[in-house]
Design a protein around this ligand. Sequence first.
Ligand code: G16
Length: 545
Amino acid sequence: MNPLIKKTQPFNDQKPGTSGLRKSVKYFKADNYLQNFIQSIFNCLDKLEGSTLVLGGDGRYFNREAIQIILRMAAANGVGKVLLGQGGILSTPAASHIIRKYEALGGILLTASHNPGGPDGDFGVKFNISNGGPAPEKLTNAIFETSRQLSEYKIAEAQVSPIDKLGTFTLEEMPVEVIDPVKDYADLMESIFDFEKIRELVAAPDFNACFDAMNAVTGPYAEEILGKRLGMDKHALMNTQPLMNFGGKHPDPNLTTARQLVAKMYAPKDAPQFGAASDGDGDRHMILGDYFFVNPSDSLAILAANARKIPAYQEGIKGIARSMPTSQAADKVAEKLGIHCYETPTGWKFFGNLLDHNEITFCGEESFGGGADHIREKDGLWAILFWLNLLAVKQDSVENIVRKHWAEYGRNYYSRHDYERLPTKQADEIMRHLQSSLALLPGTQFDTLRVEKADDFTYIDPIDHSISEHQGIRIIFDNGSRIIYRLSGTGTEGATLRIYLERYEADIRKHDLDIQETLSELIELSVKLAKIKEITQKDQPTAIV
Ligand code: G16
């Protein structure tokens, strides 16, 4: 084969964020933008020639075109074989599993996760390494450096065969195996959970559940696992048809964006006992009970506390990890279990080393992410199946399980306030101002709150000792309350300031208070300390999660 070598100009804005390169579709469609980034990935992989790569995406607008380009570039760059999800579809957790199961060199995942899709929406490219997890910072930095100097890329001339039919075709000399995107993953889930017990629960006449796939990638996975294998009624599975623009909705499972599910679960009567949703690429989850929301940080703590109730974790768990801004609810569980709870920067890539070295079994994040050592990505359906398995074993409601957990461990009141689409200059000014006030804060008393510690979080990976600096400003008070500030690494428009607020309450008589009211002193202080009103002229956050 004689690959075409195309001349190109480097871009200077291809720095992967929290989770891959995310930009609006118009960037990716512009001349050579995608090609340059893919070639930069290929140039940074030592053993690319003859290797196996996994390829798939969440089905959003531009997924199919991107797959054609990437396959032709893989063939031209000497890749040995590509495992491609049928129709170009692979959820992020399924892709992670397939990379591991078939011992691939890595995978290219086409997704902008929970960001909106469509011609005016976002697109994204993520490279996962051979452990199935997101590329570590060392590799993403190398990809970025390469992209800034790239002058040419390789692409095969041949046209790609249809990608909707299972089986193998060759592109130039490279075999492309079109695989069932669902089966391997569904089998994995069946090996972890007690499907028999969940089936009994689902079949019980007084039990009703519903799942909202938000017209995103989990639709076919839910139909197979929740529908076919567990017997959930098809009316209980909402929006399972993946659409290129997610039906014009925002595929983010939270109380604001998953409106249809929330309306069902908060209906004055006949609400199902269990509700769940997943996001664009299937790695996030939201859990609801009848008129009840489970905070993702609590979800991680509850799953850890109940691990032994699940077949795969009967022997107990080795350790837990949570991202730094995630509430400290899981720490309380770890303490009781006598295991370690690691605190990592935001981003699933930071859990990889801990999982690979058996330091932890479970990990999770406040941003609706939970997962375990079965793969190296967060896993929406895994968390949802965990909750179903737990309900089946405990024969109790979602709300009771959470309340009993708080009674035993105390409640971490928690909320995140986002100021979205700020001009980058303003966001940087806020962070700079906070950084410059850190030294003066320890020991300062603000009404009932006394600052114990204030710093800019640095993480030293306990396995490879790599250092990640500037991972968020932490203001920690002597009663355990915290205010954390960081800038999002997944947005595509301006900057998003996230403020994470947390207050611990041990007293069971105070576990039923309004969250925002309970956090009000911290909220007011967080606005004041960061000079938000002065710098942004904004009175309110744009989103409260
Ligand atoms: C990604 C990462 C997560 C991270 C989240 C929020 O999630 O995989 O690890 O917690 O972004 O990041 P940020 O606060 O920087 O916006 P996803 O679901 O978007 O891939």
